[in-house]
Ligand binder design. Structure first.
Ligand code: SAM
Length: 219
């Protein structure tokens, strides 16, 4: 199991609130899939917005917390690399701080699987470590591969902008890409926050030409 410090709610890292209107719209009454839901801090925000949550995480200990926080949720234990719940109509999927532990091939495979799990017009909200995240392992650790380090014995990947663009190349529409400093842990942490859309069939050809929209204040 990869340790993830338990935090006491969303108030120090209220990233999800601004995306809730989009998530509610695109979920269209279906459950929201949350990969690596951990102790359910984001599940709780989704649930409070009236959304149903289907979470998956490899830590049974954290899942116990998630089930206590969101009794209405459906939570599965398992490794996301082994598959997702058997439903391909998700309108909204969250993968916050979980897609950065794996080899490039595994990560790309997960992203391809996410596309299949989502209906056209669905949105994917992703947060991953940035190469600027020096407080949490982006430098000074044994390198397994480019920007992939063994941090305290655990593999951790760090993304630069090109890696983000490469990971979601072609099949997705970019809605947003932003490098941010967040304050959920003791020290500031640098991440990428991305929002992507599975194009409608008629738009699929233009997905490869779409470029992320950068906010005016990105780092
Ligand atoms: C940094 S925490 C983020 C938790 C949650 N998304 C949040 O933001 O509070 C990373 C989570 O990913 C889970 N995780 C790591 N590797 C996993 C894997 N291969 N399959 C499923 N969950 C995994 C961990 O158990 C942990 O709950």
């Amino acid at each position: 199991m990869i340790p993830c410090p338990t935090v006491s709610a969303g108030e120090t890292d209220p990233w999800l609130e601004r995306w809730l209107p989009l998530v509610v719209e695109r979920a269209a009454g279906q459950p929201v899939l949350e990969l690596g839901c951990g102790g359910g801090r984001d599940s709780m925000v989704l649930s409070a917005a009236g959304l149903r949550v289907t979470g998956i995480d490899s830590s049974e200990e954290l899942l116990t917390e998630a089930r206590a926080r969101v009794p209405s949720g459906t939570f599965y234990g398992g490794d996301i690399r082994d598959g997702f719940p058997d439903f391909t109509g998700f309108g909204a999927i969250l993968a916050s701080l979980v897609l950065h532990y794996f080899t490039w091939e595994e990560t790309a495979g997960l992203v391809a699987r996410l596309l299949v799990s989502m209906r056209p017009g669905g949105v994917l909200l992703v947060r991953v470590n940035s190469t600027g995240d020096h407080e949490y392992g982006a430098s000074g650790h044994p390198e397994i591969a480019a920007n992939y380090y063994l941090v305290d014995g655990k593999p951790k990947r760090f993304f630069d902008r090109d890696a983000m663009l490469r990971l979601f190349d072609g099949a997705w529409h970019w809605l947003h890409l932003e490098e941010q400093v967040i304050h959920r842990y003791q020290r500031p942490k640098v991440i990428w926050e991305a929002v992507l859309e599975r194009p409608l069939a008629a738009d699929a050809d233009s997905a490869s030409r779409s470029k992320p929209r950068l906010p005016p204040s990105h780092l």
